[in-house]
Design a protein around this ligand. Sequence first.
Ligand code: AMP
Length: 429
Amino acid sequence: MSSPTTIAAVKGFRDVLPDEAGRWRDLEDAAARLFARYGCEEIRLPIVERTELFARSLGDTTDVVEKEMYSFLDRDETSLTLRPEATASVVRAYVESGLVQRDPAARLWYRGPMFRRERPQRGRYRQFYQIGAEVFGRDDPLADAELLVMLMRYLEHVGARDTRLELNSVGDARCRPAYRDRLREFGQRELAALCPDCHRRLERNPLRILDCKVEGCRAVVARAPVVLDSLCEPCRVHFDEVRALLDQERVPYVVNARLVRGLDYYCRTAFEVVGGGLGAQNAVGGGGRYDGLVAALGGPDVAGVGFALGLERLAMVAPGEPAAPAVAAVVLPLEPRAVRPALAFATRLRDQGMTVALEPAGRSLKALLRAADRRGARLAFILGEDELRAGRATVRDLARHADRPQALALDTPAPALAEQVQALLGSAP
Ligand code: AMP
């Protein structure tokens, strides 16, 4: 009989193995702690939403909605979608739960997987993870600045290297239409050099040509008029105040007048955190202001501003220190009769909060000690025939390759046992 073939993960979907998952947990824990200082509370959201939520919030001319969503018909023919981002879901939950009335100035943060059917490449996956935050009910520049201070403090706190905050204003419903027209006219003049996608974008949503990735289009776009030159007075004042507040807090940023966010609902403040050494996919995160989105999703006219960070890319710019081996000690039963006392011994230590590995019986002491070494343990407790008879485990110091003179009584009560082991660990090199 031929052996069954292995089954690979789906293209663009990947496993996060323990080494990486440990770092992710630290990054998430740090976000939870730091964001709380700014009044952000965590929200956990469903992964599946009605397709129309994204069609309506992202705008149906965006790449995400046009070609990257994982959508399917449920058995009752409702079109559902694996969320490509979470802002729309946060807004839906904020309105649907009544938070919008109870706590209109809610600040919410989230973490979790997002799904986009993009072309997979280094740093770009079809399932990826984000940490994000949204601040509602505030249209003042202070809200933008506070959010950006929080974001940059967080990046600093987790040790992100070589990142840069890029800032822009994309105007609002008052001044953007005129800019859109200028951009369309410019694009019409340069039509020959633009890709077919951009031809379509010029018709439907000219701003989208600004983040086209095609080389030829990028060269054209480099000469295009910038939205920053078309801001109306209130947008200009808002932008200047955000900058002044960031300057006051000494948050470094560069103004990038060509920065636009891919999604339609952004207005005024738009920003991106760019990481050095990330290659083509260099955005660690981004966000901006989206006044009007809550109303577009059926809620009252409440402002919002937020960001999302990609966890894969964040972990690349903030890899942290390699984790120390977690296992402090191993318990080694040398023979079957030692299995029960070995489990009881290990359980008592684990109950006291220690990380203990327990090896199976029946292997030679040499093999067991090798296994203990591989786990990075510092102490081994050996339970062989002699030890069982004496009621004491031999303590082997794995760094010095020598037995300690003190043996541990197998019936030591839990707290005292943990104390003795801690003392042994404390005196190990
Ligand atoms: P966006 O919602 O497109 O602004 O994405 C925010 C952040 O999520 C980006 O800056 C990336 O760090 C991350 N991100 C977006 N799409 C992907 C992807 N396909 N694979 C990995 N990370 C992504």
